[in-house]
Design a protein. Structure first.
Length: 378
């Protein structure tokens, strides 16, 4: 059935994970629903520059809650991305102003569920959940954390749909005369744990590895402290005597360039400091590309790598990172076994499969809304 899907989120050309996620979901959701359309309310801060938008993309400046709701109410269903820091107001409370004005079925996608939120963060998230018809988390860990730590009146309305990715299977292509490529990518900022990966290189020198850290500094980090973290990482490399083994690519990569880069990697390293992370698009993309992964024990990694698609290491432990990387790069059959296991996840994580689940969810909510309306009018 032809539908119009509405989205509330950051959106390209904003360069962040939510923007990329929403653009991909929008593209694939309309693709699996032939003839359907979509409209986007693009969340902007006062600092964001004005950019020319497509007719179907509507900017939302702080305070413009009614205008945002008016756009979304012209759609059959609204898909709202929630993340702390993108909406105006204390703890992003302005999202509630939009949600309260929506008359169409609402799917809220949670990108972060904190273990120990501030009182304000808890209040806002619980209100966001209350305003939704269905809540989507992208991991079982996030769903369990939400139900255990927050007031959720309708647990059955909280469902898990994984983060989507484009499955690829490109064998690593080495550079003549160079060693294996270890890759970390994504928007750069403190907490990414890259310093622990750098420190791990010293004990891997016999393998002649290249550690490539790809991605620009997160725009909000850049505005606050410039390139201080990247400078800190260069200093760590010099202090560890591995400057020749570390490369930085500060560009924001488009989908095709990123796929090419990931395809060249021998192993993907996710040395994140946080134990809170219940959603990682980078992890999903790495598995969809059938790349061996070494990751710290953040919840999403524990969930997806537990069957052998990667190796888990403690947080902030360069020795453990080095040992895991050495195993992946030298232990016979280990990397190929990881690729085989990640391939089994590909069908579930593919964007068409993920979009199909959102479409089914939307259709069910629309049908419920129509049924309720008929009952009321009788």
């Amino acid at each position: 059935m032809v539908r119009t899907f509405g989205f509330l989120s950051t959106y390209p050309p904003t360069q962040c994970g939510l923007a990329t996620f929403t653009a991909s979901l929008r593209r694939h959701l309309t693709a699996v629903t032939p003839g359907s359309g979509s409209r986007v309310v693009r969340v902007l801060s006062d600092a964001d520059p004005d950019t020319a938008a497509l007719p179907s993309v509507h900017p939302m400046r702080p305070g413009a809650v009614q205008d945002a709701a008016d756009v979304l109410n012209t759609c059959d269903v609204a898909v709202v991305q929630h993340e702390y820091g993108i909406y105006a107001g204390r703890d992003g409370a302005e999202a509630l102003g939009v949600l309260a004005r929506l008359r169409v079925p609402v799917i809220v996608v949670l990108h972060t569920v904190l273990t120990s939120p501030t009182p304000g963060q808890r209040q806002v998230l619980e209100a966001v959940v209350e305003h939704s018809d269905t809540v989507v988390t992208m991991s079982e860990a996030a769903r369990n954390r939400l139900l255990a730590g927050y007031a959720v009146e309708r647990p059955s309305r909280v469902v898990v749909i994984p983060h989507g990715a484009v499955p690829t299977d490109r064998p690593a292509v080495g550079t003549p005369g160079r060693g294996p490529l270890i890759l970390t990518w994504g928007l750069l900022g403190r907490g990414k744990g890259v310093e622990w990966g750098i420190q791990a290189l010293a004990s891997l020198r016999d393998l002649r590895p290249r550690y490539l850290v790809a991605g620009q500094t997160h725009p909000k980090v850049l505005a606050h402290e410039g390139e201080a973290y990247r400078t800190h990482l260069r200093g760590r490399a010099a202090a560890s005597g591995v400057t020749d083994l570390v490369e930085f690519d500060p560009a924001y990569l488009g989908a095709r360039a990123l796929a090419d880069l990931v395809g060249r990697a021998d192993v993907v390293l996710l040395p994140y400091d946080s134990s809170e992370q219940v959603t990682s698009g980078v992890l999903v993309e790495a598995l969809a590309a059938r790349k061996p992964v070494v990751a710290t024990v953040f919840p999403h990694a524990v969930e997806l790598l537990g069957d052998g698609a990667g190796l888990l290491v403690p947080h902030r432990d360069p020795a453990a990172i080095a040992a895991a990387l050495r195993r992946v790069l030298t232990e016979p059959g280990l990397a190929s076994g990881m690729r085989h296991r990640s391939a089994s996840l590909g069908a579930v994580l593919s964007w068409p499969a993920v979009a199909g689940r959102y479409r089914e969810l939307a259709e069910n909510l629309i049908a419920e809304k129509l049924f309720d309306a008929r009952v009321v009018t009788r």
